[in-house]
Ligand binder design. Structure first.
Ligand code: C2O
Ligand code: CU
Length: 474
């Protein structure tokens, strides 16, 4: 696999990525991380076939979704720390595709960004992704081509630690996804069952003049591919210590997730361990993952729901948390809700052997995020790719990126190939957690991250709102 340097790509390819996105150029190729080669464990082979499949989310509006192996979400990929993962991708979709291993610092050629790290896999084609599963954590895999993620091409990627330090009795993975099954954009979308971004007049009519363009309206929210009415309850026994790996592959919804009757203790943010901290509801942006624990000590049938405007009254239902032996179909009233909701400042990272702390930086970049009002483009530093300032760095650089959000929407900024340390968010400074995706709050919101450039290649860096990446169809 040849690593494609950005300079070798032609201009047309870049235009596809106009929007809040850019690339980091890490020059000087070196052999892979020595840590990786210290592992020579077994390997695991997985087949992923992208194809079109009739899907019913449970809301009585079956449609043709884009799936991995005929399911939504795609199959859970679960490996042990250090195991070598080989994924054979077969493209039976009508379009070119790639798979991205969101959050996992894989070698650049395996990162799955079309025209940046690989030639996309054409319909009928195959591609083998191969990398070592390190470090342990909760990750996400998804197509990185066009709007395919939003059509159903995503799944969980779990790297289990060699030795689990936090014991628990049960574990569930929750993939939260927003769906627009309405016919909003003409015959093509009626057929596909998914609307396209609402541009121009269509967007104005649907949202009212003046509202942000390009944001689909959602009429279904699912956990693990089922709407609330059709959901399978998450079952627990009284006394269980339960781990939930909560993953947000939605195209643009930032959730405030609540499990009625139960506070949750955050133990990992984007797969990285943090000092445990308890919240009543979990705020989770697109592309983010949180591992939480809870003690099942409040028997009943409970709603899992999203809090809107921090109020249970205006939220929407997502699923059911159910104790063994509860026969009643009536849901308990959420009686013990407090107001603890995570922002990054309440989290504190734990040192890990895989990720060196950033001690001092030698390069600082400032990124202004703007756009959205009446313009179909979201930009970094006022410019859309490929005219954006590429962030050019050398191996070993210690880089700081400072974000300023001049727009009225939150932007979950995601960096490929690296974990960064969050060093400030909002008005808070001195935060020190490792992540790969960070929500930059709207209306002059800020955020700053630092990382060591230790994984050479051209790395994509973008807002994880799928409708802010840019004009894929441009
Ligand atoms: Cu999940 Cu480029 O990202
Ligand atoms: Cu954005």
């Amino acid at each position: 696999m040849k690593i494609i340097k950005m300079k070798q790509l032609n201009r047309r390819d870049f235009l596809r990525f106009a929007g809040i996105s850019g690339a980091l150029l890490l020059t000087e190729l070196t052999p892979l991380n020595l840590l990786r080669s210290a592992y020579a464990l077994k390997s695991k082979e997985i087949n992923l076939t992208g194809n079109l499949t009739a899907v019913d989310l449970g809301n009585g509006k079956p449609f043709i979704a884009w799936t991995y192996n005929g399911r939504i979400p795609g199959p859970e990929i679960r490996v042990k720390e250090g195991e070598r993962l080989r994924v054979v991708l077969n493209n039976k979709l009508p379009e070119e595709t790639t798979v991205h291993w969101h959050g996992l610092p894989v070698p650049n050629g395996m990162d799955g960004v079309p025209y940046v790290t690989q030639k996309p896999v054409q319909p009928g084609g195959t591609f083998v992704y191969e990398f070592d599963a390190l470090p342990p954590g909760t990750y996400l895999y998804h197509s990185h081509a066009h709007y395919q993620l939003d059509r159903g091409l995503y799944g969980a990627l779990i790297v289990e630690p060699k030795r689990e330090e936090r014991g628990y009795d049960r574990e569930y993975v929750l993939l939260m996804e927003d769906w627009a099954t309405v016919d909003g954009g003409g015959p093509e979308t009626a057929k596909k069952g998914r609307i396209r971004p609402l541009m121009g007049m269509m967007g104005m009519m649907r949202r009212g003049a003046g509202g942000p363009l390009q944001e689909p309206l959602y009429d279904a929210y699912t956990i693990n591919g089922r709407v609330f009415e059709a959901s399978l309850p998450f079952k627990v026994k009284k006394g269980d210590k339960v781990r939930l790996r909560i993953v947000n592959p939605s195209s643009s919804t930032i959730y405030t997730l609540r499990i009625a009757g139960h506070p949750m203790t955050i133990t990992h943010a984007d797969g990285r361990p943090v000092l445990p901290v308890t919240v009543d509801a979990l705020r989770i942006g697109t592309g983010e993952r949180y591992d939480v624990e809870l003690i099942a000590n409040n028997p009943g049938r409970w709603h899992i729901y999203n809090l809107r405007d921090n109020s249970p009254a205006s939220g929407w239902l997502l699923g059911t948390f159910l104790y063994d032996g509860i026969a009643s179909k009536t849901y308990n009233t959420d009686n013990i809700i407090g107001d603890r909701i995570n922002d990054y400042s309440i989290l504190e990272g734990i040192d890990e052997r895989y990720i060196k702390p950033v001690t001092s930086v030698n390069k600082v970049f400032r990124v202004n995020l703007s756009g959205g009002m009446m313009s179909p483009y979201w930009t970094m530093n006022g410019r859309a790719y490929p005219d954006s300032d590429d962030i050019s760095i050398k191996k070993g650089d210690r880089v700081r990126i400072e974000y300023f959000n001049m727009s009225m929407m939150a932007h979950p900024m995601h960096l490929h190939g690296h974990f960064f340390e969050v060093v400030g968010t909002g008005r808070v400074t001195g935060v020190r957690i490792k992540k790969d995706t960070l929500i930059i709050p709207p209306h002059m919101g800020r955020g700053a991250v630092e990382f060591i450039a230790d994984n050479p290649g051209v790395w994509f860096h973008h807002c994880h709102n799928l409708y802010h990446i840019g004009s894929w169809d441009g």
